[in-house]
Design a binder for this molecule. Structure first.
Ligand code: PLP
Length: 284
């Protein structure tokens, strides 16, 4: 059984509780972060905590735990659960309040929950065979830059994609790809340029995206941050996604059309390797 963290305590997962009046449960009034664990260390921890602060500040939730406290809790949880490879989820809700659309002026105490998932991220079958993607209309709210727990649309469409034999969805807004259900989306064009949508409220500002674009630039690859269409994906040499969970994850098919040779692309695999090496070297 896992040990989890809830509001100041480490507990067995079946003994951890939060209020039924928590606004996270009633209004999806909560944000989260997911940090990769490789070789028992946290990848890009400070990047994830910076984005957590941004999400919290957008929702005006104040969290008294410092970065040092949060690092300590993450590390203790990794150690208590013997995680060498996997993920740490950190969920922060506004906390309990009598149910009302109007958020009370009296500051409630935020609910803080952390739990781990043990997972094979590096030797991953999906990365080896490449993902099959279906496109769907992006019907999410238009503040996708805030990492809220409001994940229902993405969860429903990814489930539907699985039922149809695909691995994930890429969402399309006004004819252009925004991102995957829980990852950022990229193509490699015929002239070897990596293209990914520019940062805006339409996508989550991926921590892996930032690191992978840095790796791409260090490899002297051309990078363009701009929107692209589904037709451009179909005509691309390669496609891939990035996230803390999937790292750099090749895409081989979109809406049943084969991309490039229909196998994981050379550039995507190279980026995966370089990103893994760089993130391990910098992990804390
Ligand atoms: N886009 C969405 C919608 C996500 O949910 C995620 C991760 O959960 C990402 C992109 C990738 O972000 P990161 O690289 O920080 O994991």
């Amino acid at each position: 059984m896992r040990t989890v963290y809830v509001n100041g305590d480490f507990r067995p997962e079946n003994e951890a509780t939060i209020s039924i009046f928590d606004r996270g449960f009633l209004f999806a009034d909560a944000v989260y972060e997911v940090t990769t664990v490789l070789e028992g260390k946290l990848v890009d921890f400070y990047g994830h905590m910076a984005r957590l602060r941004k999400s919290l500040s957008e929702l005006q939730i104040s969290l008294s735990l410092s970065e040092a406290n949060l690092l300590d809790i993450h590390r203790k949880l990794v150690s208590k659960n013997n995680i060498t490879e996997g993920l740490v989820y950190l969920q922060v809700s506004r906390g309990p309040a009598d149910r009302d659309f109007v958020i009370s002026e009296d500051a409630e105490t935020p609910g803080v929950v952390l739990f781990t998932q043990e997972k094979k991220l590096v030797d991953n079958a999906l990365a080896q065979r490449g993902q099959k993607i279906l496109t769907v209309e992006d019907q999410r709210w238009r503040r996708c830059d805030i990492k809220t727990v409001q994940l229902l649309y993405s969860s429903l469409v990814k489930t539907e994609a699985h039922r149809k034999g695909a691995d994930d969805v890429w969402m399309v807004l006004d004819g252009e790809v925004t991102e995957g259900s829980s990852n950022n989306a990229y193509i490699l064009t015929e002239d070897n340029t990596i293209v990914t949508r520019a940062l805006s409220n339409d996508i989550l500002h991926g921590i892996t995206r930032q690191a992978v674009l840095q790796c791409a630039r260090e490899l002297q690859l051309k990078v363009e941050e701009r929107s692209f269409t589904v037709d451009e994906v179909k005509a691309a040499k390669e496609a891939f996604s990035t996230s803390a969970t999937g790292l750099v994850n090749p895409v081989v098919e979109i809406d049943s059309d084969v991309i490039g040779k229909g196998t994981p692309g050379e550039v995507a695999l190279r980026l995966r390797e370089v990103y893994l090496k760089a993130s391990l070297a910098a992990a804390v």
